[in-house]
Every structure is written in structure tokens, then in C-alpha cells.
Ligand binder design. Structure first.
Ligand code: SF4
Ligand code: SF4
Length: 386
């Protein structure tokens, strides 16, 4: 379906976008089109959110579908639900676009099974940085409401949100469009054949022209593209050479929080936390003798470059790694910059659900012709020895 052919249905008026989404989900549950819903709920202390799988419709009263901040990435919630395989029950999840995109990547990696999931997303204005939210939950909620009204991130938002281009209509089954519309209006838009069927069963016919809303989204995207270009130029200068890399990660305490918070780092045991990565003390002393001294714990830079090599093709620039860093290293800015380059090399967009496998999982002769030549040379050498 091309953008110009895309149509939406108008959801009944509600106080604000989150309420309209809740009304939609109540209808879904009443019509028994889903067995359960996954949504954020405020934790009892009120200073954070948790993902809750709920099938009691009354719990929807306390849910916050468009939450101000992201303590745990939604793709991790979906992974914990479906890692073993798809269940028989239908579950609808409402998440930020970067959460749905990470779920798509995890599907390609066999970690999420979306067969019986309906994935819904919405126009995301940005998310408040976790530490700022924890420091002042009420103030952050107020700032987030303003972000929703303006459709733009402010200073309280994660830095990566300022240059995220994929904040709307990105390969979910259902999308809720509200940016640029009046408070009382929201579009529900099918994004897949599964989503179209679901809306049809719900009695919602997508017949409304979306061009005015789409124009507003395109304008916001243009602004984000510009911001992305200048952010990457700045990061490129900071990261120049090994000294640049060492300086950006100079304060790293090696806690690996960035890896634990990342939705894409799914290994149950990371190499860098395994016994294999443990160093022989004599080897370390020899290295210290050679260089005059080495910093401990060792391998902090190798940890970051290793993680880049493992997952930058799938990085969705969600910013969770920066939120998790106790010493304020701009991890997400660095990883987004590197991801932009690796993904452009393979003409790949992380989170796209177009049937394309992850690059490097399937070798195509047309990509990286230099590598193809190397493979040919190696094959010729092997044959000459046979
Ligand atoms: S590396 Fe950081 S920005 Fe990229 S997906 Fe992981 S947590 Fe998100
Ligand atoms: S969270 Fe920060 S300090 Fe911890 S390993 Fe990652 S970059 Fe280093």
C-alpha cells in the first residue's frame, strides 16, 4: 500500500490520545478479539512504569498506553512472552515505534514470535530520560504532556529522540496517529493485512483521507533529519581515531548496564561476562610491563567495540543504553552513529518488516563486492589444494 492510498478510521473522541487508545482496547476486549493486552502501568511508588500483561479489562483503567518514560524496553517484554514460540492466545501490545522496531529485529533473530501478537504503535513525540523522570515524576509528566501537544521532544527527552526519523507509522499492525490533530481526534490506521483484518472485525472501516496528518508528520521528519545530520557530524568529530573513542568511553566503569538495557543484546550469557573472557594474570602483567601500565578492569573498549560489531545492524536508536549508564556516557549517540553507517553499508533499515533477513545472515553476491572477490580467491585456493 502506498502512502497516498493509506486510509484511517477516526476513533471516538476522548480527553487525550492515551484515553482514545484505552477506549479502543476496551472495545477489543469486549468483542473478544484479543485474550490479553500488554501495556505500561505506573508502579505503586508512582516514579516509574512496568509492562503488564493483563486480561482483566478493569486493569485498563490504571494503564498508561503512551507512557512518559521507558524504564524497560517493550521488545524485552515481548521477548519474555514469546521467546519459546508463539502461544495460542491473541495478545495486543501498544508500544513506542522503537520498541516495535526492536521486536521486528528480535523476530529475525528468532527471539520474538509475533504470530499471535497484534503490534500497535503511535506517533511518538519522544520519551523523558529515565533519571529525569525518577528525580521528578510529576514535573516530567507535565513536560511529556507538552511534548505530546507540540509533537516534539524537549530538553527532558532522550537525546536520540531529537533526531529519530522513525517516530510514526513504522511497520506495526495498527498505528494510532494523533500528532498535529486536535485533542479530540485520533486516527487508527492499519499497517499490515493482519491489522486490516483486525480493524474490520472490530467494525472500524479505514475510509478517512490521511493526507493532512501525513503532511504534518513529513514536516516533523524533515526537521529530525536535519537534527540527525548535525548530531552525527558532532559525534563523528568526537569519535575520530582511537584517541577519540578512548576519550568518549574514558569514564566507563565496565558495569555493562548498557548491554543489559539494550533490547537487541539478547544473549543469555554475554561473551564479555563469561569465563572465556577472563584474562590470565601473567598475560596482564606482561601487557602492563610492555605499556608501562594498563587500566583495570581490562577490555572496556573491546566490550563496546565487540557490542557494536554484534548488534549495530539491529540498533534501533532507542536510547535505553544511555538511560542505563550511571556515568552519563552518551552510549546511544555513539551506537546510533555507528549503526547508521553499518546499516547504510548494507542498505538495511533496522526494524523494517519487509521480509528481508538480517544482512550477514544471508550472503548476497551483489553486496560488498570486495568480500565476494575474497571468497572467490579463497575457494580457488582451496580447490588448488584438493
Ligand atoms: S545500542 Fe542503545 S540505542 Fe541501540 S538498540 Fe541498544 S539500547 Fe537502543
Ligand atoms: S553503562 Fe556506561 S559505565 Fe556501564 S559499561 Fe556501559 S558505558 Fe560503561
Amino acid at each position: 500500500m502506498t502512502d497516498s492510498e493509506r486510509k484511517g478510521a477516526v476513533l471516538p473522541a476522548a480527553k487525550e490520545p492515551g484515553d482514545a487508545v484505552l477506549d479502543f482496547l476496551r472495545l477489543v476486549m469486549e468483542k473478544k478479539l484479543a485474550d490479553a493486552v500488554i501495556l505500561p502501568l505506573k508502579v505503586p511508588s508512582g516514579d516509574s512504569y512496568a509492562w503488564i500483561l493483563m486480561n482483566d479489562i478493569s486493569l485498563l483503567d490504571d494503564a498508561v498506553p503512551i507512557a512518559a518514560t521507558m524504564p524497560v524496553h517493550g521488545a524485552k517484554a515481548l521477548r519474555s512472552l514469546t521467546r519459546k514460540g508463539p502461544g495460542n492466545l491473541t495478545v495486543i501490545a501498544v508500544m513506542r515505534p522503537c520498541e516495535i522496531r526492536a521486536a521486528m529485529e528480535l523476530e529475525k533473530l528468532g527471539q520474538v514470535h509475533p504470530d499471535n501478537l497484534i503490534l500497535a504503535t503511535y506517533d511518538c513525540p519522544g520519551a523523558v530520560q529515565l533519571q529525569k523522570y525518577v528525580d521528578d515524576p510529576a514535573g516530567s509528566e507535565k513536560l511529556f504532556t507538552e511534548m505530546m501537544q507540540k509533537g516534539k521532544p524537549d530538553d527532558s527527552a532522550k537525546p536520540v529522540c531529537h533526531y529519530c526519523e522513525n517516530f510514526s507509522m513504522f511497520d506495526s499492525d495498527i498505528h494510532f496517529g494523533h500528532l498535529g490533530l486536535s485533542d479530540k481526534e485520533m486516527f487508527v490506521i492499519p499497517g499490515s493485512s493482519k491489522g486490516s483484518k483486525f480493524l474490520e472485525e472490530l467494525g472500524l472501516t479505514p475510509a478517512v483521507d490521511l493526507s493532512a496528518w501525513e503532511e504534518g508528520i513529513d514536516k516533523l521528519k524533515t526537521d529530525r533529519k536535519k537534527a540527525r545530520k548535525s548530531a552525527f557530524e558532532e559525534t563523528g568529530v568526537q569519535l575520530r581515531g582511537i584517541d577519540g573513542l578512548l576519550s568518549v568511553f574514558a569514564n566507563c566503569i565496565g558495569c555493562h548496564n548498557c548491554q543489559s538495557a539494550c533490547p537487541i543484546c539478547y544473549c543469555r550469557l554475554c561473551y564479555f561476562d563469561s569465563e572465556t573472557a577472563e584474562q590470565n594474570p601473567d598475560a596482564l602483567i606482561i601487557a602492563a610491563e610492555k605499556r608501562g601500565g594498563i587500566s583495570l578492569p581490562e577490555d572496556r573498549i573491546l566490550f563496546h567495540t565487540g557490542r557494536m560489531a554484534h548488534m549495530s545492524l539491529s540498533c534501533v536508536s532507542c536510547g535505553q543504553c544511555s538511560d542505563a549508564c550511571p556515568v552519563s556516557i552518551p552510549v546511544a549517540g555513539v551506537f546510533s552513529y555507528i549503526a547508521d553507517q553499518t546499516q547504510r553499508t548494507f542498505e538495511y533499515i533496522a526494524g523494517r518488516n519487509d521480509g528481508d533477513p538480517l544482512p550477514l545472515r544471508q550472503f548476497r553476491k551483489s553486496e560488498l563486492p570486495g568480500v565476494h572477490e575474497l571468497v572467490k580467491d579463497a575457494d580457488a585456493e582451496v580447490s588448488s589444494h584438493e
